[in-house]
Write a protein that binds this ligand. Structure first.
Ligand code: M3P
Ligand code: FE
Length: 308
């Protein structure tokens, strides 16, 4: 059921060295670097995004994800969902407007997998970068690197994925679009959740440790652009994880690599769509190789094991 949660809004990622991280996200992924705040955090957006920012980098001693935020319809929805989260039993904290430059009040809450999420209703809108919304041209000519269009989703690793699926679906209106099930163990191994027509806005894989970050993913316009991203990864000796290939899950065309701090990034194109009446798509754990890498059909230790 719709609960007024629209879409992913931002992700705050920890990096070990800010200078090399800014160069990676700006010049290689091709995000627009919007500014640096008074705490030294750096803000970015994909060129098609209307809000002021969607990625925040914070310098820290360990890589990983601080939180992922979801944008809700309006202030009344934010207040209603805040109360629902408290009633559900989450730890809920209100972060005042302006703590992130240009962002309104945020409602931060924890989850059974140990990840921190946020809801917010308001953020400064700066429009699609370089084209605006009045007679917009097809694309800006001066994009860099992989020309990432938007922050699309995060994939997170944690122990109680059934608990987090229940929280996000019952309180925030997420729909389970795809999953991996181990029928022998009667266990859900992975869950792909959406609040939109996208195959996933956030996804979870079962893992013994709480609160782990597998990747942040950015949408590209075409398979051709994914292949071009692969060329750039070689040109600049970026640490490659896997790809270019296709996922069985969600059917996206993808490549994975690491930022200079060891956080995994994905760029992808295509993929399935989901309407509210669509049945859950299930992959059997016995087919996990094909579910993750549709071409290789083989699991890769680094892809499954390396998280920040
Ligand atoms: C994706 C995607 C795993 C599957 C990942 C799939 C880690 O990242 O965007 O569809 O099992
Ligand atoms: Fe992904």
């Amino acid at each position: 059921m719709q609960k007024g949660v629209m879409r992913p809004g931002h992700v705050q990622i920890r990096v070990l060295d800010m200078e090399t991280a800014v160069a990676h996200y700006r010049d290689r992924l091709g995000l627009i670097h919007t500014h640096t705040d008074s705490q030294g955090r750096n803000y970015f957006k994909g060129w098609t995004e209307i809000d002021a920012f969607s990625v925040v980098l914070r310098e820290a001693d360990e890589p990983g994800m601080d939180f992922m935020a979801l944008k809700v319809l309006d202030a009344a929805t934010l207040a209603a969902r805040k109360q629902d989260l408290i009633d559900y039993g989450c730890q809920v904290e209100t972060i005042p407007a302006g703590e992130l430059d240009g962002c309104g009040e945020r409602v931060r809450f924890d989850s059974p997998t140990g990840h921190w999420f946020e809801l917010f209703a308001e953020k400064e809108q700066t429009g699609k970068w370089g084209v605006g919304d009045r007679n917009p041209d097809a694309w800006p000519e001066d994009l860099k690197g992989m020309k990432a269009t938007r922050f699309d989703h995060c994939l997170l690793y944690g122990d109680d994925i059934d608990g987090t699926v229940d929280l996000l679906s019952s309180v925030l209106g997420f729909q389970l679009a795809e999953q991996v099930r181990d029928e022998e163990a009667d266990l859900r191994v992975a869950a792909f959740l959406t609040v939109s027509m996208k195959a996933h806005d956030v996804a979870f894989v079962r893992h013994e440790e709480k609160g782990k970050f597998h990747h942040a993913s950015f949408y590209l316009s075409s398979w051709e652009d994914v292949l071009r991203a692969a060329d750039l990864i070689s040109m600049h000796d970026i640490a490659l994880d896997i790809g270019p290939t296709r996922h069985g899950l969600t059917h996206g065309q993808t490549i994975y690599f690491f930022d200079p701090s060891g956080n995994r990034n994905e760029v992808f194109s295509g993929g399935d769509y989901t309407y509210p009446d669509h049945p859950v798509v299930t992959w059997d754990a016995s087919q996990l190789g094909k579910a993750i890498f549709y071409h290789d059909r083989q699991l890769n230790e680094r892809f499954l094991g390396v998280v920040t």
